[in-house]
Design a binder for this molecule. Structure first.
Ligand SMILES: *Cc1c(COP(=O)(O)O)cnc(C)c1O
Length: 382
């Protein structure tokens, strides 16, 4: 494939393996967990993250993020925990934004104290909020934009500039945007993390994760990864490669549906608030326009006070009230009752999570069918 290939072409072809034996059209699947010993290169072994399929997929996802190298993991949390632990040691300090994916927050709170790693959560999301938390032993900054569930935007360039001036590394969880909509390394962020369970997989049938960065970063992550052992089975690696071939098409359709739905909801009298970075009235719309290629398939809204949130979700017929997100089917949930149930009410209020809030993951269904389903559920309460 030529250098600087288009994103759509990379989705289909980057990292593909040739079927030398039979000339088949797709990457062959090599399930071997044992390979002939080769004393020149590192031995090939699934937990060394270097089987043919694992390496091919790492090349593909790295290409989509414009990264030099990548590694594929057994889950998003395996990627996140391994990336963090490989960059931190006893006595180090790291800064996290306050509204973080719940699993990441639990990992930090539960595991870091055992390893003597210190951390702070920021008060807000500006570069100054991050700067305010810097200590003598601070090593890095960890962000997530758009954030979950209120879809706030962090200025990537401002954060990477702050980090470079203060000699810190930066990591981003780019799951919500997907590589279709945002490539943080182009704005100077060092390490990109994905829960591939979401948009990269896209069909709610794969659990996987990825870490992307320079070769130096990936070498460092590998030193911890081989000990922590969070590799992904080659069969799932192969399925994920297949899924990513349609990544651009899927996410483009989800972007379009989410934008139309956000505009529709903003006009409804049964809606109090719509949170979508693609709406001009979103407080961070200008930053989003600067750093995102599309505004994403995630959108959040507050139901008007006369509606019962739980009844609204249970009243949906086409849209599934589930925890999962980013699949080709639309899903909705109440952050207060599910994804953010473990937070205290004070923590939820600090992150702007209201009792009437619905987080919506837009699928690729016909937009009229989605609107109709939302309206019929509202009408059940009249
Ligand atoms: C789902 C998710 C994760 C965790 O990924 P798993 O694959 O479930 O381990 C991390 N970050 C974000 C933003 C997510 O949505």
């Amino acid at each position: 494939m030529k250098e600087n290939a288009d994103f759509k072409t990379l989705c289909v072809h980057a990292g593909e393996l040739k079927d030398e034996q039979h000339g088949g059209a797709i990457s062959p699947l090599y399930m071997s967990s044992s390979y002939a010993f080769n004393d020149v290169e590192t031995n090939q072994y699934p937990r060394y993250f270097n089987t043919p399929n694992q390496r091919g997929l790492a090349i593909k996802i790295a290409a989509l993020e414009g990264a030099e190298a990548g590694m594929i993991f057994g889950s998003g949390m395996a990627a996140i925990s391994t990336a963090l632990l490989s960059h931190l040691k006893f006595g180090d300090h790291v800064i996290f934004q306050d509204d973080l994916y719940g699993g990441t927050r639990n990992f930090i709170k539960h595991e870091f104290p055992k390893y003597g790693i210190q951390y702070s959560f920021t008060a807000g999301l500006t570069a100054t909020d991050f700067e305010n938390e810097i200590q003598d032993n601070t090593k890095g900054i960890y962000i997530e934009t758009p954030s979950n569930p209120t879809l706030k935007i962090i200025d990537l360039k401002a954060i990477s500039t702050l980090a470079k001036n203060t000699d810190l590394w930066t990591m981003i969880d780019n799951t919500f945007a997907s590589p279709v909509n945002q490539n943080p390394m182009a704005f100077g962020i060092d390490v990109v993390l994905h829960s591939a369970t979401k948009y990269l997989g896209g069909h709610s049938d794969i659990c996987a994760g990825a870490v992307l960065g320079s070769q130096k970063v990936i070498d460092r992550v590998f030193e911890s990864a081989k000990n922590l052992g969070g590799s992904l089975s080659d069969y799932t690696v192969w399925l994920l490669e297949r899924s990513i071939k349609t990544l651009f098409l899927r996410v483009q359709a989800q972007n379009q549906n989410a934008q139309l739905l956000a505009e529709f909801l903003a006009d409804q009298d049964w809606i109090d608030n719509v949170y979508y970075p693609g709406l001009p009235q979103h407080p961070d719309h200008e930053i989003a326009k600067k750093q995102m290629k599309g505004f994403g398939g995630m959108l959040t809204f507050d139901l008007a006070p006369h509606l019962d949130c739980k009844q609204f979700l249970l009243g949906l017929k086409l849209i599934k009230p589930t925890m999962s997100l980013a699949g080709i089917e639309s899903t909705a949930l109440s952050p207060r009752l599910t994804s953010h149930a473990l937070l205290t009410e004070t923590e939820r209020i600090a992150q702007g999570i209201t009792p009437q809030m619905v987080r919506f993951s837009t699928g690729i269904e016909a937009i009229e069918d989605l609107k109709e389903d939302l309206i019929q559920s509202v009408n059940q309460q009249h």
